[in-house]
Ligand binder design. Structure first.
Ligand SMILES: *Cc1c(COP(=O)(O)O)cnc(C)c1O
Length: 402
């Protein structure tokens, strides 16, 4: 996944443009900026690459989710359906607006189970937020049908799946809104940054204002601009946008390397009797940032994970026990542990996460191992790694069979 493996001259060129002019902010200072508008240029290029009408850059992926929800008018007490397996940003962004996260099970795609989504809909539901974890997508056709039937907003969190597609369309462009992160470990990075994409002009206008204190951005005197509604500061800087612009030009090269490395690794592990792979919904193409596979039981997955790490096969994640990406580790959410008082709507509306039954999620998460696909592996490294991982898994599964 990591774009940080491939920095080079493109990023430097754009950065130098910004540093030479000294204008580090994306708005104003027209006379000083030598014609450089890196954030604007990145937005245009990204919208084009994602085949959508609009892109709004912001300061992080978490900011992108917050701005996207706000731009669709989601606020206090509204329910947003999200998966049990995701990054903490999902519920952080929802709760930042006083909205209520409704956690539901994932299935063998490691993303939202459409049946669980359907069962969770109430008259307060406003939005369904699938998270395309580890490079592959939710069953978007099924989710779209549910959203259409109930008039809900479909917001794709594509932070971990940049470059993947669904029936030929870029992930993030299928729903009403799509969000991306360019933090330091994502497919492309600008240090910290994020993006919202949409074909809805109203959402774009709202996002543009909300991420910059509600400024309407009419005219060229910031001090005289109108504020049709309240906002916040989720702006990206020209420095970050400059790095992102350089990285974006490498995206196809990054994806091609990931696909090659993923395919070799998958072919090797596919020979191991007892290993199965995550289901990719029909019509979907992964971005190949992770290889996700299942062992026959949670006990074996745990053993295999430990053995892989001990043997030096790094970059393998057992998310089930990880404190950041799965409900098991979110004690602070279960306890609604804010620094101050949480919004009343959240306190009243949130399900009891201490007692909720997520055994279907546990079933898949407990058996899953995710292997990060690195760009920097050379042929020999890749071959050795594939051999080593296969023989470790073979050993553990064989022992289990006797
Ligand atoms: C990284 C990530 C985010 C948040 O991105 P930041 O830029 O780190 O705030 C949100 N959702 C998912 C699935 C992510 O992986």
């Amino acid at each position: 996944m990591p774009g940080f493996e491939v920095f080079g001259s493109e990023e430097n060129k754009h950065l130098k443009d910004v540093m030479d002019s000294g204008v580090l902010m994306r708005y104003g200072f027209d006379g000083m900026r030598n014609g450089h508008w890196k954030a604007l240029e990145f937005e245009k290029a990204f919208a084009h690459r994602m085949q959508t009408d609009h892109c709004q850059l912001v300061s992080s992926g978490t900011a992108a989710l917050t701005v996207a929800l706000a731009s669709a008018g989601i606020g206090a007490g509204d329910e947003v359906i999200m998966p049990t397996f995701t990054f903490v940003a999902s519920f952080e962004s929802i709760m930042a607006l006083g909205a209520v996260p409704v956690l539901v099970d994932i299935d063998d795609t490691l993303t939202l189970d459409p049946k669980a989504v359907k069962a969770a809909i109430t008259d307060k539901t406003r939005c369904v937020m699938p998270v395309h974890m580890c490079g592959s997508m939710a069953d978007l056709d099924a989710l779209k049908a549910i959203c259409d039937e109930h008039q809900l907003i479909l917001l794709e969190d594509a932070c971990q799946a940049l470059g993947g597609t669904y029936h030929g369309k870029p992930l993030g462009s299928v729903g009403n809104l799509g969000c991306f992160s360019f933090d330091f470990v994502k497919t492309i990075t600008c240090g910290e940054g994020g993006a919202v994409i949409t074909n809805n002009e109203n959402y774009k206008i709202n996002a543009d204002r909300y991420q910059d204190h509600g400024h309407d951005h009419i005219g060229n005197d910031r001090g005289a601009e109108g504020h049709p509604h309240l906002g916040y500061n989720f702006r990206i800087s020209e420095l970050h946008a400059a790095v992102g612009l350089g990285q974006l030009s490498r995206l196809d090269e990054i994806l091609a390397i990931q696909q090659k490395h993923y395919t070799e690794m998958r072919n090797a592990l596919g020979q191991v009797n007892g290993i199965s792979f995550r289901r990719v919904p029909e019509g979907g193409v992964e971005n190949y940032s992770f290889l996700n596979f299942y062992l026959p039981s949670a006990q074996l997955a745990k053993e295999a994970h430990t053995a892989l790490l001990e043997a030096g096969v790094d970059g393998c994640f057992y998310w089930f026990d990880n404190s950041w990406h799965y409900i098991n580790g979110w004690q602070h959410l279960k306890d609604l542990q804010g620094l101050g008082k949480m919004p009343q709507e959240v306190q009243d509306g949130i399900q009891d996460l201490h007692s909720a039954d997520f055994s279907s999620s546990d079933h898949w998460m407990g058996r899953n191992i995710s292997m990060l696909i690195k760009l920097g592996w050379d042929e020999e490294e890749l071959l050795n790694r594939a051999k080593k991982a296969s023989s470790i898994l073979e050993g553990i599964l064989q022992k289990d069979r006797v």
